[in-house]
Design a protein around this ligand. Structure first.
Ligand code: ZN
Length: 78
């Protein structure tokens, strides 16, 4: 199978032989490959980090009421 299949470079659209001798396939060149990978990694950095739960909201949670009461009674004993 020596037939060369031409595919458009995903970055610049230039027709590129999709063959094992082209280490950058399906890109036309190393430059396009690196630029396209850089595009994806920069998009990753734009994903906002998950917001940490607000401490005030955690204190309002009824599930922590028993703990608060326990600490209060201990303080009275001391
Ligand atoms: Zn290209």
């Amino acid at each position: 199978m020596s037939e060369e299949r031409l595919v458009p470079c995903p970055y610049c659209g230039k027709e590129t032989p999709f063959v094992s001798s082209n280490p950058h396939r399906p890109f036309c060149s190393e430059r396009c490959q690196l630029l396209d990978l850089g595009k994806w990694s920069s998009e990753k950095f734009r994903i906002p980090a998950e917001e940490a739960p607000d401490l005030n909201e955690v204190n309002k949670n009824p599930e922590t009421d028993s703990e608060d009461t326990d600490q209060e009674s201990r303080g009275r004993l001391n």
